[in-house]
Each structure stands twice: as C-alpha cells, then as structure tokens.
Ligand binder design. Sequence first.
Ligand code: UDP
Length: 471
Amino acid sequence: MEENSPSIAMVPCPGTSHLITQIEFAKRFVGLHPAFHVTLLIPTLGPPSPSMNSILQSLPPSIHFTILPQVNPHDLPPNANPASLMLLTVTHSLPSLSQALASLTSQTHLVALVLDTFSIDAIEVAKRFNLPAYVYHPTTATTLAYLLYYPKLDDDGIVVSRKFGELELKEPLELPGCMPLHAHDLLDAIPETSDDLHGMLVQLSKGLHMVDGILVNSFVDLEPGPITALQNVCPVYPIGPIVQIESNISSDSSECLSWLDNQPKKSVLYVSFGSSGTLSQEQLNELAYGLEMSGHKFLWVVRAPNDGVANSSYFNSQKKGDPLEHLPKGFMDRTKGQGFVVRSWAPQIEVLRHGSTCGFLTHCGWNSTLESVVCGKPMIAWPLFAEQRMNAALLSEEFKVALRPKVKEKGIVEREEVSRVVKCLMEGDEGKEMGRRIEMFKDAAVKAFSKDGSSTRTLENVVTKWKTLKI
Ligand code: UDP
C-alpha cells in the first residue's frame, strides 16, 4: 500500500455473515473509488472458520486485512448470547485495535473508521485517533430505527413486561415511517433491564447517535418510510443492496449447481438457514417430511440439529459430523430425483441466480433476503433469531414477497404446513403474485445500484466528505 494513498479502516464484528457483507461493501467502495485502499481489522473470538478463511484469501489487492489477537473466551460471561458475544469481543479487542490503527496511520492516509453496528464500542478508538467514525449497518433501516429508539422503550411506557421470551407491549411499536411492530416481531434480544445485554444495547444506541454517519444496507425504494424518517434525525445513508456477487465455489458445492443445471426452469425451492441457523431434531424431521410431501423439487442446505438453541453454532458454523445422518430414515432414497441435499454450505448467490430456482425458504437473515431480492426469488419466511422476525414481518406484510408458515405449539411448523406453503409458493396464485412483486423490487435494486442510482449517489456523497477531510 502506498504511503499517501487514501484509505479507510473497517471493523467487522465476529460472525461470518457480518464479515461477508462488510467485505462486499469494501469491494463496492474500492470498485467505485480505485484510489482508495481498505483495511479490515477483524476482532475474533475463535479461530477463523474454513468459509471465513476462504473469503479472506480471495480479497482483491486493494483490500487488506489484519486478524486481531483472539479474545480469550474465558474473559467473557459463560452462556452469553451471540449479540453479547459480538459486542464484548469488540470491547475486549480495543487495545489491539488501537495498536493496529497506530501502525496503519503511520503507513497510510487514513480518512475514516467504518464500524459494524455491533463494533460500536470502537468509536472511542476513532476519537483517540481523531478519525471520523461511520457505521456500516448491515441490515434494515427498520432495525436501525428500532436500535436508535431502544432506550426509550421503557421510558415511553411501550413495554409492559420484559420477561425473557415473553415480551409484552402496551400497543404495537410505531416508529416514525416504519410498519407497526408487534412484540412477536421484535428482535429476539429483548433482555430484562437487569441483564447485562440491556445495558450494552443502551450503549449501542447512544453510540449510534454519536457517529458521523450511518451507512445502511437498504435502498430508498425498498424502505422509503423508515429511511426518510431516519434522515430527519441523523445522518443516514442508504447505500444498498450490498450483496455477494459470487461465492467461493468448492467442488462439493459445484455439484449442486450441476444438479440445478439438469432441472426444469423455475422448478426448485432452495432451502437454507444462513451461515449458522439450525433446527431442532423434531423440526428437522417435520421439514424433511413436508418437503417430501409437497412433491416439489428442493435444494436443501442441511446442518446438524441443535440442542434447543437456533443460533448455537453462530461462531462455529461448520460443526463436525455428517448432518445427513440426522435426516429421517429412508429420506435420501425416497427423494432421489426430487431433491438435492448439501452439507452445511452452498454457493448461495449462484443457486439463487440460477434459472431452475423458483423460490427460497429462508431464515430471513438480511444478506439472504437481499440476495433473494436481487435474484428476483419470492420467499417462505422462516425466522430463527436476531432481527429475523422483523425481517419476516417486513417481507410478508409490507413488501408482500414472502409467505409465513403457521407455527404450532412448542414452536414447531408441522409437515402439512410445510407442504402447504411450498405448494402455495411454487404453484399457487399467491406465489405467482409474489414472484411479480419481487421482480419489481429487483428492478428497483438494479436502478438504485446503477451509475446514477440513489445508492450510488449516496455513497458518492459520503466519499466526497471523506476526500475533503483534512486529517
Ligand atoms: N451463505 C452461503 N452459503 C450457505 C449459507 C449462507 O453462501 O450455505 C451466505 C449467504 O449467501 C449470505 C450469508 O452467508 O451472504 C448469510 O447471511 P444472512 O444475513 O442471511 O444470515 P446469518 O448467517 O447472519 O444468519
């Protein structure tokens, strides 16, 4: 890297999908501004996963990375949920982040520090180095509005009771410009006020109010209400949809693309729960039988079942053992010709882009959601954790591009319901209408990202600010 070349540093938080989207942002940024370099300073909790390694090994020459020393898991509370772990890993990495930044500023003309939402604690390091601090918020403007509002939930009397898992609101939450949010649509991390995570979320919210700007991975035509309302109160820049352009295709995963090549046009349902989502054994069985009963073709990324916690493999997405051993007896034989099963990881963007793929049964992680939008594939929304329920509500009620299966007692979606929604998406009028609507959003996404599109111009405005800063 040349000494005087302008650069930005980015601080992702732990978690493969957060890294993926930050890297895609970095690629988009250097693609539009080739004079710049980007350095990712990556806090870590465990050794990098194989998927993370392969992503980092294939970065373009103007994107560099430093993996910060691993945080000692014994320094973090046992049984903390992923949100706490992400926030705390960054907090514990601040000394090494400072060192890395000191070295970087001596080598390059650093103009801004761009943090993941969950890396917000690093704002103090930005201040110490007299650097403007920006946040790259990898998900919706709606969740951003929610996070900014979070500390006032109690003060405004919205929350009646916060018992973990049993949040009760006085009335649906009506944030400016956003669809009304019911208790069951809110983030899964609504801790009791005595919980450490509550304090961390309040801090996070305060930090978001203090940064120089928030780049949000959404676009005006997708979330006009929340974006306009947010822009009235803080510097919010919609620059999305930032999505993967291509996967690192391994021989394992290329097999599933060959299988897709041999299927009829728009005949396959892609089924995947993101980089780490897992189901219980009971739910895995119901999904398997439901897919089989639907009679429709499917391409399913199967992961070994969890021990009751859907995000238990968040920091360790590729568990040992063969996930296929957990499928119902005889399933593989009975569905030969109907389905193709991939172990743990598929080249998702290529699958979604493929002409044989008709729809996506997704856990509604925002990367997956946007990937489905840009590929024009309607969805079955099956949220598991984090902000996914909020995304599912947006997709089904606001954008009307997804069906939501009914969940029975004990949180199970039964096989008959799986089969019903699959048929409805793949062959029903409702599915066709969703296919038409998602094409509309796809076109809007292409427009937002075009040379003069709203997201391109917005990013230009931010970069102009960075270029004119005298540091
Ligand atoms: N992904 C993939 N192959 C898989 C599973 C996931 O390429 O088999 C990618 C997917 O394309 C997306 C990311 O991993 O870019 C998952 O991010 P998302 O926000 O959807 O969910 P999360 O992993 O955060 O739950």
